[in-house]
Design a protein around this ligand. Structure first.
Ligand code: HEC
Ligand code: HEC
Length: 168
């Protein structure tokens, strides 16, 4: 394996903080999963696992990647394809983006706890099922009534409320 690849993997591990990828995991080790054996049998005949594990692809992109490898000669049966897609999408997904969303969500939750639960309990809020526009109106109304939500936090709070208490 090339030094560059090892270097890239190290960067990746540092970036996601080791929460998803075990630090120190040998590069050619595949994470456990029912499709690990299929991968060894079907994918590692032409190249090593590093080409796979360093990817960060969405589910549709993994489907395209597998189809491309099949056009290039990989033999994957119809029963093997679905577990492979599940396995790759679960382990080699675009983690930094997810981490980013998670951070935003934590920040929005902090705003919520600080600004929304001072006058009433959460049940008043949690029993609502509003569209995004409905949440914008509701938050604006609460701001007029005294809730302290800085402009910089409003969008994220509305997104957070909509994702949890959106329309059914
Ligand atoms: C018949 C040979 C062969 C098989 C089998 C094979 N691949 Fe590949 N794969 C290649 C070649 C050739 C490349 C390009 C190699 C390079 O860039 O060094 C590649 C590259 C890749 C890459 C890097 C991105 C890209 O598209 O260049 C990924 C990811 C990948 N393969 C995934 C898989 C998966 C998943 C499987 C099993 C379903 C698989 N491969 C099976 C030949 C194969
Ligand atoms: C300054 C006090 C105050 C703060 C802070 C506050 N609310 Fe309210 N909220 C109220 C009052 C008063 C009511 C009406 C209470 C009732 O009907 O019992 C209310 C009612 C609600 C309702 C029920 C529907 C409605 O419009 O009556 C929702 C949903 C709601 N608030 C959401 C929020 C959210 C989200 C936040 C944070 C952005 C928030 N509130 C912060 C005072 C506040």
């Amino acid at each position: 394996m090339s030094t560059l690849r090892v270097f890239r993997l190290c960067l990746f591990v540092t970036f996601v903080g080791g929460s998803v990828v075990a630090v120190g995991q040998p590069q050619n080790d595949l994470p456990d999963g029912i499709a690990a054996d299929i991968t060894r049998k079907r994918c590692l005949t032409c190249h090593e696992a590093d080409l796979i594990v360093q990817q960060q692809l969405s589910r549709p992109a993994w489907e395209r990647e597998i189809d491309k490898m099949m056009r290039w000669g990989a033999v994957v049966t119809a029963e093997e394809r679905a577990p492979l897609v599940d396995y790759f999408s679960a382990h080699f997904a675009p983690t930094p983006v997810t981490a980013h969303v998670a951070r935003q969500s934590t920040a929005a939750e902090a705003t919520y706890k600080r600004a929304c639960l001072t006058c009433h309990e959460s049940d008043l809020i949690e029993q609502q099922h509003l569209s995004r526009a409905g949440w914008v109106r509701e938050v604006d109304k609460m701001i007029r009534w005294g809730a302290s939500v800085p402009d910089t936090e409003k969008e994220a709070l509305v997104d957070w409320l909509t994702s949890r208490y959106g329309e059914l």
